[in-house]
Design a protein around this ligand. Structure first.
Ligand code: HXC
Length: 540
């Protein structure tokens, strides 16, 4: 028999009536105590045993999580009495409080948010039809009210007993995730073993948070892998928090505990605007904590010595307060939020400490997505450049470095927010162009006197263009050194690019903060005409 979705809902509502109609007319006070009784029943979630099991794995319950994350006493819950709509596999006899998900509104830093938290104690937080309806309803509120949506995921995925209606529920969620993308911030928190659809929805959202030992994400779990492929692997090794944060790049923030995770979310919320029509609230401006992050100290005099670009960011931004995003993944590029003169900016910086800061498949993906996030939410971009280019090698070529690397070109070219670039040292070849050069429409490009802007590094370049002179010289090594020096003097500096106007100003490192703040201020109301089109076709 084919059951229409509306009939399905009626069946759920009908069963509620059966459950609760066995009563005589009641006075107001007995109605109130009846309400209390029903609430207590629903608030018990999956019951003491399931809650104990949840706690034994170091997890908070779904309601505790919401309370811990939101401002004190701000949470208001809706749809507490929603009942599941399953009828097969003896589901009609089962009572699943709230159908395994808690939804509501509250505030973070005094600003409103919509939130849902799946309750693993109720049928493993699995997503049935009414469970999905609760989530899509709160998503619709978030879109209508133009406020962020936070989803706490702790779910075994599609509720197997509800078949295609569970899949329909996921489809409705994915559609809304996509419609909401770039309109309201969508934040996902993975706080349990999340399988199937329970990880695809987070993958469509802006920021995914995980907690060590608690979060596990996979499309198919170890059991299925063993059955299909005969491979044995633990949940932790397959899709644990660390794997997701370091290897897959599926997540953006890694925490040691749930409470630390909630602090990270609150911190992120302090930097981002509440929707795409607003700007993030300015904070009181503060100078960097110079003593610790003086650029003189953190930037090496030896041009071959690596340094930590995060110290350079902290040497420039307000209060040296930098919130790094995806800090464990593709560490050759650093992305994150900070403030300049009180206003949120997104930093994108090559990290000379890791792989000399090259762009490769993973760092390109990481940077491109962040650039698009900032652009969608009107967050200006500050780019710090020091890289020898794209990473050469068979692995990278076969992994599609062309396609992935092109994402950076696309994302920067497409972005219409203020774009300020500072070249601190190496800016070679494709790396120079990709890292928000003036050609991709940076509004202002500044270079330190230590900048080297060229097609490639002096050693490589000398070996190619002076190959014959070096080969035919009496002393090839001496000749090579001479030619490298000659090339360095001619090209490994910022002045050739400055002579063509590709660099707007060569500045001393101490001037950087002032120059960037000024450039951001005068670009604040920037308007860019973009060709009329439905949307572009980026290389992903
Ligand atoms: C119905 C489920 C369920 C599910 C868990 N439960 N997942 N019920 N549908 N998908 C129930 C269990 O039966 C159990 O009920 C309770 O939740 C707790 O589960 P346990 O297995 O005891 O917990 P644990 O050992 O911690 O293992 C958690 C788990 C495992 C790894 C998530 O339950 C699991 O592998 N579940 C199935 C995962 C899965 O394959 N989901 C479908 C994905 S497909 P009782 O009554 O015993 O307490 C999908 C399609 C969408 O999502 C794809 C979109 C693209």
């Amino acid at each position: 028999m084919i059951v229409s979705l509306s009939a399905y809902e009626e069946s759920a509502a009908g069963r509620n009536n059966v459950l609760f109609t066995n009563q005589k007319p009641m006075s107001l006070s007995s109605k109130s105590s009846d309400l209390k009784r029903r609430m207590q029943e629903a608030l018990r979630g999956g019951g003491d045993k399931a809650i104990q099991k949840q706690k034994a794995t170091g997890k908070l319950t779904a309601r505790e999580r919401i309370i811990a994350l939101l401002d004190a006493k701000s949470f208001h819950e809706y749809d507490l009495f929603v009942e599941h709509a399953g009828r097969d596999f003896e589901m009609s006899d089962k009572y699943l409080p709230g159908d395994g998900v808690i939804t509501g509104t509250g505030t973070i830093n005094n600003y409103p948010v919509c939130i849902f938290a799946q309750d693993f104690t109720v049928a493993g937080g699995s997503l049935g039809y009414m469970h999905a309806k609760k989530i899509t309803k709160i998503m619709d509120h978030a879109m209508k009210l133009k406020i962020p949506l936070i989803g706490i995921n702790d779910s075994g995925g599609a509720r197997i007993q509800e078949g295609v209606n569970s899949l329909a529920g996921y489809g409705e969620i994915f559609y809304r995730n996509t419609q909401a993308s770039g309109v309201i911030p969508q934040i996902s928190v993975i706080l349990g073993p999340c399988a199937g659809g329970a990880v695809y929805s987070p993958a469509l959202t802006d920021f995914v948070f995980v907690v060590d030992k608690i979060s596990k994400m996979f499309i198919t779990g170890p059991e299925v892998i063993k059955t299909v492929l005969g491979e044995e692997i633990s949940m932790e090794e397959l899709g644990g928090a660390r794997v997701q944060a370091e290897i897959t790049g599926n997540v953006h923030f890694f925490a040691e505990s749930e409470i630390e995770c909630f602090e990270q979310i609150k911190k992120l919320c302090s930097f981002i605007p509440w929707n795409n029509l607003k700007k993030a609230d300015p904070f009181p401006k503060k100078p960097p904590r110079i003593r610790q992050y003086s650029l003189d100290k953190v930037f090496p005099t030896n041009p071959r010595q690596p340094y930590d670009v995060k110290d350079v960011i902290r040497g420039i931004c307000d209060d040296s307060d930098f919130l790094e995003v995806m800090d464990l993944f593709a560490q050759n590029i650093v992305i994150g939020f900070a403030r300049m003169n009180g206003y949120t900016v997104g930093f994108v910086a090559n990290q000379p400490l890791v792989l000399a800061g090259v762009l490769d498949v993973d760092s390109s993906d990481k940077a491109a997505r962040f650039i698009r996030y900032c652009d969608a939410f009107s967050i200006p971009l500050v780019t710090l450049v020091d890289l020898p280019g794209y990473l050469p090698g068979v692995d990278q070529e076969h992994a599609g470095v062309i396609r992935h690397g092109a994402k950076v070109l696309y994302a920067y070219s497409e972005a219409t927010v203020p774009k300020i670039t500072v070249i601190t040292r190496k800016a070679y070849g494709g790396g120079y162009i990709a890292m928000c050069s003036s050609h991709l429409r940076a509004d202002f490009v500044f270079a330190w006197p230590t900048a080297e802007i060229a097609v490639m590094g002096p050693e490589g370049a000398a070996n190619i263009i002076f190959r014959n002179e070096i080969k035919e010289a009496e002393n090839p090594d001496e000749m090579r050194k001479l030619k490298i020096k000659e090339y360095k003097e001619k090209f490994a500096n910022p002045f050739v690019a400055a002579a063509y106007g590709y660099v707007d100003a060569v500045i001393s490192p101490e001037e950087t903060r002032d120059m960037v703040i000024h450039a951001l201020a005068i670009s604040a109301d920037k308007k860019v005409d973009v060709p009329l089109k439905k949307h572009g076709i980026p290389p992903f």
